[in-house]
Design a protein around this ligand. Structure first.
Ligand SMILES: Nc1nc2c(ncn2[C@@H]2O[C@H](COP(=O)(O)OP(=O)(O)OP(=O)(O)O)[C@@H](O)[C@H]2O)c(=O)[nH]1
Length: 278
């Protein structure tokens, strides 16, 4: 993660407009404030992808919360819908005009957590913008967008390029069983067997999918990874994991506006500055 963020930060100088991609199913809890620090004062467009996996009524609530409470414009889309991609391309063109970005050689950068659909977004934009085929590999497993890729042209007029970046947390950063427990709790899945105990659930699931170790023991981690994978693919249908009620929005805004704790690097720099000034 740190390496990806550092690379993104170094490339920021060459970038005219940053697209911050987020997952519509976790509109509040998956915001990575580190991206904001890196983006700084560059023009930014926040896009919530996978909007097809939440209900439209939630889209309105979230958009209103961001506009009215944080004065931020966010757009929702799905890479599976061509009309969303066209709208997105138009929004980029409009932003370039209003931000007075030179209209030739427009350079965009996409940042976002793993698996939010960054590569899919770029591929769809390129496919429709240039009427060309796939440029970047996509996948249901996070981490496919691993290294800084070459520029990808997505529009001829104005000539527009994307620099694709990593900047995500690998899956192994989070314990699959803890993630699965969180998902099971929030998704309130209607399970064919009565349990809300994560271990019972994963044991039954592991047996069903044949995730067994020698001796016939269920591989709980493999079962948890399978469950998370299915969730990412949208297998459980439309699921919003954050609370977007009035109280939920209030809590989110309060946390968002609270002073940010320093990153390790910033803390080291602050300590060094303090010791220099003594
Ligand atoms: N339902 C749905 N799935 C999507 C959408 N966009 C992308 N996906 C799926 O999400 C998964 C991840 O997409 P990628 O484009 O590889 O995501 P990424 O952000 O580039 O992933 P990393 O390489 O991990 O950084 C794939 O299985 C896509 O098919 C969308 O709008 N709706």
């Amino acid at each position: 993660m740190a390496k990806g963020l550092r690379q993104a930060s170094e490339m920021m100088r060459k970038v005219d407009l940053v697209i911050e991609a987020r997952d519509a199913r976790v509109p509040f809890s998956a915001i990575n404030r580190e991206f904001e620090r890196i983006i700084g004062s560059k023009p930014r467009l926040i896009v919530y992808n996978k909007a097809d996996l939440i209900h439209f009524s939630a889209v309105k609530k979230i958009t209103t919360a961001f506009k009215e409470r944080l004065n931020q414009d966010v757009i929702f889309m799905s890479t599976k819908k061509d009309k969303h991609i066209y709208y997105f391309l138009d929004t980029i063109k409009d932003m370039a005009k209003t931000q007075k970005i030179p209209q030739s050689n427009l350079t965009l950068m996409m940042v976002g957590m793993p698996n939010v659909g960054k590569s899919s977004l770029i591929n769809s934009m390129r496919a429709l913008g240039m009427r060309r085929s796939k440029a970047l590999k996509t996948g249901a497993n996070p981490g496919v967008t691993r290294s800084i890729q070459n520029r990808v042209k997505i529009l001829q007029n104005p000539e527009t390029y994307f620099i694709d970046t990593p900047g995500g947390i690998r899956d192994d950063a989070a314990d699959p069983e803890i993630m699965a427990d969180y998902l099971l709790y929030h998704t309130k899945l209607k399970l064919p067997y009565a349990t809300d105990n994560i271990l019972d659930f994963l044991t039954i699931l592991g047996k069903r999918i044949g995730a067994l170790r020698t001796g016939g023991y269920v591989d709980i981690t493999a079962a948890a990874s399978h469950f998370i994978h299915k969730y990412r693919e949208g297998f459980f249908g439309r699921i919003l994991l954050d609370d977007v009620s009035e109280e939920g929005v209030n809590r989110f805004v309060e946390e968002y506006n609270a002073p940010q704790s320093l990153s390790n690097r910033q803390a080291r720099m602050a300590a060094r500055n303090n010791s220099n000034s003594i």
